[in-house]
Design a protein around this ligand. Structure first.
Ligand code: UDP
Length: 255
């Protein structure tokens, strides 16, 4: 399948609206073959700019959506805009809403309480789906025996959608490593979505989401100043530099 992508600091981001991204996931679902979907925000892209392994990981995905106002802004600064923000949580919700009746969903990640609450919320909100299983995200990741047990649990549930929220970049690394073994057509790294659904870390008020200020809400509400602000500033600085580089490279030479 050919992709129309924007390159932001070396990471390919699909130029799709939320609805189109859901369409793409539904195609993956119909294909029956395993696919990896990632939802990079500016923190992910900043990490990717500094670590080729992370960059390669994101570029292995079959679909990468622009999760966050920072990524949309970056695409505009680079003169190659994506149509809109596609938040991971909204992609997951759109997919669950539009998935055919009987589609099996597995939630993997967050604490046991949070994932159990999120699973019952999914069952309630999307009665046409089957919650095939759920499991917390605190086993020993990349320990072969522990991973084998989790993979076996997922496979036994036979889901068609796997929503994996272990935080970035663990969820992407884990999904990429085991994609073939998991045998799930749509595997999405969803970050804090499970906690958002369980109500553990609620989303911003609607007006803030609409005003593209959800990042600010998260920073203030959850005290993420140190965690989020330096990467955001670093990201925008690198994007500015990249823009300058492109301008200089694009300028016709004299003589
Ligand atoms: N998490 C997990 N296992 C771990 C580390 C984190 O299941 O070993 C979960 C954590 O409980 C939370 C999610 O991963 O539900 C990460 O949320 P965060 O808001 O940090 O996501 P991000 O900012 O990475 O999207």
């Amino acid at each position: 399948m050919s992709r129309d992508v924007v390159s932001i600091l070396g990471v390919r981001i699909d130029r799709l609206t939320l609805d189109q991204a859901v369409d793409r996931c539904l195609e993956f679902l119909r294909s029956g073959r395993p696919h990896l979907v990632v939802t990079p925000n500016s923190e992910f892209l900043y990490a990717a700019a500094r670590d080729p392994e992370v960059r390669e990981l994101l570029n292995r995905a079959d679909l990468a959506v622009a999760d966050g106002a920072g990524v949309v802004l970056a695409s505009r600064i680079l003169g190659d805009p994506v149509p809109e923000k596609v938040a991971g949580v909204e992609l997951a919700e759109g997919l669950l809403r539009r998935a055919p009746a009987g589609t099996r969903v597995f939630l993997l990640g967050a604490t046991a309480d949070s994932v159990a609450a999120a699973a019952s919320r999914v069952a309630e909100r999307y009665p046409h789906l089957v919650v095939a299983g759920y499991r917390d995200g605190y086993w020993r990741h990349f320990n072969p025996e522990a991973d084998r047990e989790v993979i076996a649990a997922v496979r036994a549930a036979q889901p068609q959608i796997l929503l994996c929220g272990l935080g970035f970049p663990k969820q992407e690394r884990w999904l990429a490593r085991y994609l073939a073994q998991l045998q799930v057509p749509v595997c999405i790294g969803v970050g804090g979505t499970i906690d958002a659904w369980s109500g553990r870390t609620p989303r911003a008020p609607r007006w803030m989401i609409r005003a593209n200020l959800e990042w600010l809400y998260r920073i203030v509400r959850f005290g993420r100043f140190r965690r989020s602000l330096p990467p955001l500033a670093g990201f925008l600085l690198l994007v500015g530099k990249e823009r300058l580089r492109r301008v200089v490279r694009g300028r016709p030479r004299n003589g």
